[in-house]
Design a protein. Structure first.
Length: 203
């Protein structure tokens, strides 16, 4: 009986230590999560009928490893990259940008936009490409978005290819509170230009 209480106390202390360890597992969450908001949106209740090749599959763009992350990169020199602290994307930029592209094209053209997991009976065109830049440039103090777009037929024959780029100034210091809005502005400018280009290309 003399040793029962110290042993019980030791067990309780060990359990409390293990429990506190479980609670603290995992990285500290960022102060902010960023996303993209389309400047042009499809009105609620809007309906379109697919037909005559007007469907368009918008695929997730390819992206280099530097961009295929939820962190926000800053180009500090031509061969150097850092990441903004205390902020992350809610999803990788290439997934967010695909959704922005799809919404913008749907809102500003007569296309019925599908993602790559959906299928069209009339065999519409396909928009794919590469997200070349989705960064903050320290030298120019601006957000830069660059997208190489490729429009192909249902058979995979390239109809057109074009690079689109846009920038927006970053106000103040490059930090968590200052990078989201200019990246959103630049991404929307690129998406608007791509939508107009898609509408102009004839098969």
């Amino acid at each position: 009986m003399i040793h029962a209480k110290p042993r019980s106390a030791l067990v309780a202390l060990t359990a409390a230590f293990l429990l506190s360890g479980c609670v603290s597992i995992g990285a500290k969450p960022p102060m902010q999560l960023l996303t993209l908001d389309a400047a042009q949106k499809v009105p609620a209740g809007a309906a379109r009928v697919a037909g005559d090749g007007r469907t368009l599959i918008v695929a997730d763009p390819e992206a280099p490893k530097m961009l295929d992350t939820i962190r926000v990169p800053v180009q500090t020199a031509p061969t150097s990259v850092a990441y903004v602290t205390k902020v992350q994307w809610a999803d990788t930029p290439r997934h967010l940008f695909r959704r922005l592209l799809a919404e913008t094209i749907s809102a500003t053209t007569d296309r019925v936009v599908l993602d790559s997991g959906q299928f069209s009976g009339d065999g519409g065109q396909r928009l794919s490409g590469e997200l070349v830049a989705f960064t903050v440039d320290a030298a120019s103090h601006s957000a830069i978005v660059t997208y190489d777009a490729v429009l192909t037929t249902p058979a995979g024959v390239a109809l057109a290819r074009q690079r689109f780029t846009a920038s927006a100034p970053v106000s103040g210091k490059i930090e968590a509170n200052s990078v989201g809005a200019p990246l959103n502005v630049a991404a929307n400018k690129v998406a608007t230009d791509v939508a107009a280009w898609v509408a102009s290309v004839k098969e």
